[in-house]
Design a protein around this ligand. Structure first.
Ligand code: ADP
Ligand code: MG
Length: 401
């Protein structure tokens, strides 16, 4: 069976594509080209909005943007992934609830930077991306982050030059996605796209937004990403309901976030036991157990990464998936089949990545076996009558630039 692989474009290829699209659309040359990566989270899922920890890497797959500043407030956008028409808006009119369509992710960034008191004007932009769309690999954050660094350059804001500045750009992207695009997001995706470092995993502490860069070069293994292509129509309501349950549980426990509860306990098992003794609702108990154990697993995985202990790292990936399946209930059959098949085909660890309800899974597989593992997964999908999955591999790549 022929497999569908989704290769990353080279920088030259991506830049050439968006320049051509920009020139064909706007009949002039852009000021320049910027790009930003998608991401996979290695472990630490549904922890960001609980003040927890996560451990993403930036993908080699990037969203490219050809950009030209304008002297007025007009924004005109075109995307190779769109329907060929121009998306237009006036920056002065951008407000929560006022804009529709994919351009909301873009003008939302400009709006949020203005809200932060920064001088940002109108612009023309052309977009082309090899980050698969809606696959849980953060095409949305890569789109925001590419425009964030373009706007940083155009306005001479100087934010992209430091990690602190990049954290401010990431915060603007989060506001864009939450308030203007109207999509719930916890902050991991934007941090990964803007604050990752080439060759490193990004250990993000969502309590204080601090980051640590740890080399990610799993000797003897490679990372296989499975875009399950599962439809995820329930995503928005389910994500909001998970968040609401966690917020309510933290309030019932008398802490600002579940992370505070974990940190106040002698260890993770004591934190879980104490929380379960106080919470009465069975669903809330299971959701909380996932969050507390997942934050602890992410701490352990970070230590395993530092020690180069990929067997332990893989076991923690497996435990993460099982917790997301059984306690957090955000997996779907496609994610479970991909993970089960990867494990049976030699993966040292496999799990869903991203919010769940479709999207992608990752597997840490022995070097050179991605093709065989992918074949087994594609065959398992075909056996069950599931849509054909797509595959990609990536090393830990660099941030928006
Ligand atoms: P994910 O971030 O997992 O890929 P999301 O649902 O968060 O999925 O974001 C996908 C949305 O982001 C698309 O529906 C579209 O509105 C926007 N988007 C992402 N990339 C592009 C692009 N290259 N061109 C136009 N819109 C894009
Ligand atoms: Mg997204």
């Amino acid at each position: 069976m022929a497999l569908t692989w989704l290769p990353a474009w080279t920088t030259q290829e991506g830049a050439a594509r968006v320049r051509t699209l920009f020139e064909a659309t706007f009949e002039t040359a852009p000021d320049g080209v910027w790009s930003a990566p998608g991401r996979v989270n290695l472990i630490g899922e549904h922890t960001d909005y609980n003040g927890g920890l996560c451990l993403p890497i930036a993908l080699e797959h990037r969203c490219f943007v050809a950009f030209a500043a304008r002297s007025d407030d007009r924004v005109r956008l075109v995307s190779a992934q769109g329907d060929g028409t121009l998306w237009e808006a006036d920056l002065a009119q951008v407000a929560p609830g006022a804009v529709d369509g994919w351009g909301a992710y873009v003008v939302g960034v400009a709006w949020a930077l203005r809200e932060a008191g920064l001088a940002v004007g109108g612009f023309d932009g052309a977009v082309d991306s090899c980050v698969p769309f809606g696959a849980g690999l953060s095409s949305s954050a890569s789109l925001e982050a590419a425009f964030a660094v373009a706007l940083d350059h155009a306005g001479d804001l100087g934010l992209a030059a430091s990690d602190e500045g990049r954290a401010a750009l990431a915060a603007a992207c989060v506001r864009a996605e939450n308030e203007i695009a109207g999509a719930a997001t916890g902050g991991m995706d934007q941090a990964a796209s803007l604050r990752a470092r080439d060759g490193y995993a990004l250990a993000l502490d969502c309590l204080d937004d601090s980051v640590h860069h740890e080399p990610f070069d799993p000797a003897g293994y490679e990372l296989l990403v499975v875009d399950t292509r599962a439809p995820h129509s329930l995503n928005d309501g389910q994500y909001a309901s998970r968040r609401a349950t966690c917020d309510a549980a933290a309030a019932a426990l008398g802490v600002p976030t579940l992370r505070h509860w974990l940190d106040a306990a002698p260890d993770a098992s004591a934190a879980v036991a104490d929380a379960l003794a106080r919470l009465t609702d069975d669903v809330a108990r299971r959701r909380v157990r996932h969050v507390l154990t997942e934050i602890a697993r992410t701490q352990e995985a970070f230590a395993a990464m530092q020690a180069g202990d990929w067997t332990t790292f893989g076991a923690l990936m497996n435990a993460s998936h099982d917790s997301l399946r059984d306690d957090y209930e955000v997996t779907v059959v496609e994610l479970d089949v991909a993970v089960d098949t990867a494990r049976a085909s030699g993966a040292v660890g496999a799990r869903m990545t991203g919010g769940g309800f479709g999207g992608s899974a990752i597997a840490l597989v022995p070097a050179g076996t991605s093709d065989a593992v992918a074949s087994a997964i594609a065959a398992a999908f075909a056996d069950r009558g599931l849509a054909e999955p797509a595959f990609l591999t990536s090393r830990a790549a660099g941030p928006a630039a």
